[in-house]
Each structure stands twice: as C-alpha cells, then as structure tokens.
Design a binder for this molecule. Sequence first.
Ligand SMILES: Cc1ncc(COP(=O)(O)O)c(C=O)c1O
Length: 403
Amino acid sequence: MAGNDETGRTRPAFPSKGRPVDAVLRELEARTERDFHYGDGRIAGSMISAPHPLTYDVFARALEKNVGDPGLFPGSVELELEAVHFLADLLHGPATAGGHLVTGGNEANIVAMWVARAVARGRGERRSRLLVPEHAHVSWDKAASLLDLDLERIELDDDHRMRTARLVDRLGPDVLAVVAAAGCTPLGCVDPIEEVGSRVQGSGIWFHVDAAYGGLVLPFLRNEAGDRLTPVFDFRVRAVDSITIDPHKMGLAAQPAGGLLFRDEAKSRAVEVAIPYLAGGKSSQATLTGTRSGAAALSVWALIQHLGLEGYRAIVDEAMEKTRRFAARVRASYRLELVVEPSMNILGVRPVRGDVPSFVQRLRFASWAIGEFKTHARIVFLPHLTDDRLEALFDALEEAASN
Ligand SMILES: Cc1ncc(COP(=O)(O)O)c(C=O)c1O
C-alpha cells in the first residue's frame, strides 16, 4: 500500500495491475525530462560522455547476453576476451597479460586489490597497508574498507603528482600495494610511474596503475605539432602488476564498461571461485559481479573495431585542441586561473578572487554541471562539449568569478 515516509513524501506501492506500454513510456519520458542530457552541452565536469552512436545498435542487439555464463554465450565471451586483449595490447601488455571487463573503475580497483591480497597471502604474507596518492579516487577507500587494509594517502608535489620521496619513506614489508594514477580524478595528472616502479620493483609490493580515465587518452596524446606526448605509464614499466582502464569514460563505450588488466593473468586466478550450477555448464569467476552485461562487453569490442587507433587518436586530438584553446583563454583572464597546466583533456579552474564552493554553487545555479574539488572546479573536455557550448561555459565561469 502507498504511504508517506518520515519526510512526508509518498512512497509508491508495487502496482497491482499493469499499464499499456505507451502509457509507461510516456510517463518515463516525462519523469526523466529534468535529467541532464549530454546533448544539451551543460555537463561540463563529468568523465562520461554520450556513448558513441554505434553502441546503441550493439546494445539493442545484445541485451540478452550474459557473459557471466560463458557456456551459454561462448561467442560473446570470445569477443569480450578479444576486447581485453586489445586493451592489453594498447598498454603494452606481455603475452601473459589478460583480465576482465567489469562494471567500472570502482570494481576494477577493488578486484585488483582483492587479487593483490590473495597473491600475498598465497606466499604466506599478511601485508595490510595500501599506499595511494592524496588525489586517489574514492574507490580506493572502498577497496581498503572491504579488504580490511590500512589506507595511507601520500603527499603531492607542486604539479599535483605523488611525491615519490614521501612514498619511499613509507615503504616497508607490510605494504600490500602502491597505487599511482595515470589521469588523476581532480586534474588528470599523471604520477611519476616509472620512478615509483623503480622503487617498488622486486619488493613483493603490488603496483597498480589507475588509468581508469587516462588509459584511453594517454596512448593517443600528441602536441600541436603532432608529436607523441605519451608518458610511459603502462606495462612497459616492469614493476606494474595491474592497470584499470575504463572504456566507458574516454573510450565512449556504453556503461557499464570498466577494464582491469593484469601483467600475468594467471595471478588473477588467486580469487577465482568455481560456479558449478550454471545452465551453460561449470565455470569460474574472478570478478565481483556474477551476471555481467554482454551488451556492454560487445559494445567495447565493436567500438575498438570501428574506431581503431586512428579513430581514438582523432577523438583525443579534438579534445586536446579544445582543452588548449580553453586553457589559453583562462590564462588570459583577469578573473580565472588554472590550478596546473593540463596533462590531458581535464582542466582545474578557480576564481582569482573568492572561494571555490561559492564559485561552483553559482555555476550550478546557472545550470552548469561542473565537478567540485577543494581547490578548483573541474572541466572535462569530452566530445559532447561543442565549441558554442564551451563559449557559453567560459562566459559562465567569468560571470561566476566576478561575483
Ligand atoms: C582515477 C579513477 N579511478 C576510478 C574511478 C571510478 O570509476 P567508475 O565511476 O567508473 O567506477 C574514477 C572515476 O572518476 C577515476 O577518476
């Protein structure tokens, strides 16, 4: 029965009778009207964009597919594995590399630590400390909480990158894992991964690179002259054990499409659980989720096939062109400033005078969806932010900074 909750809102009851499809769809349309739409060009602070048009078609064809039951959907599982290997190849994984498509960066990071802990325990070691940069994403707090690890945040340098010297001070035999970001959440910065790698190499400490966002940006990064800019952040760094790379961010795949790659796929079996009862026959899983969206997996495969390196390079070129032009305007403004020079298509902007929360509040009041961090507002230059919307956004930022 419908009733009121403590705030006086009506709690809906489970409908006793069904309604015609038309009526349901009409209500659904009306009630989601107030959602933001990427097409409006007002979502300026999200790491997610409208999925590539191809993914709509793939989803419609593949909605029933569940890659959590491989015996039922062997063709889809084969394509998922192929997509994982495309990503591993992009990040210079060796022949032993492999992994899974998962629901996103949260799951990828949690599973990586689940595996790291199981591998250490397999060696008879009870390591419990997890060292992450100060800017690390909240999924690292979740991983620590779920796995009973002690999370320690390492101080940053002036470029907002993890300060290696501080990290080195904290290393020890009880450290389970060190995490570095390739595209940090607040600013897109890239931690000194080679330097960190050289410090943890051979120590038994698991080294994870969180390239949830940057994984599908950095490999395609070029300067205005067309020279490649990619810092070495991937499996070329010998100490790197695992990498998060999310196709549903700059990869433009449909959600939920995260990626987790291991240098040595065999290690991921440390958390594998046998599933004896599946309709498709006995199987095993090493992800948090059991039933998994085959449509999402196939959309990753299809997009990589369709775009190829060239297509992704063009997307990143365009995003970087917009970022550079916008950054130049911020530099020339009397009211706005950059927190740091951009490492990729993410900018941190703050008012020269006034506090960041009021600045962001004014922008939100003017219906701009902007990311709020302690020191700045975050803008992510994704394909749905067209030139005219960026023009309007710049004016809105100046206006918000002038109050
Ligand atoms: C660096 C980083 N890692 C992980 C995540 C979590 O990704 P998701 O929201 O897809 O789970 C994010 C999300 O912004 C991120 O920036």
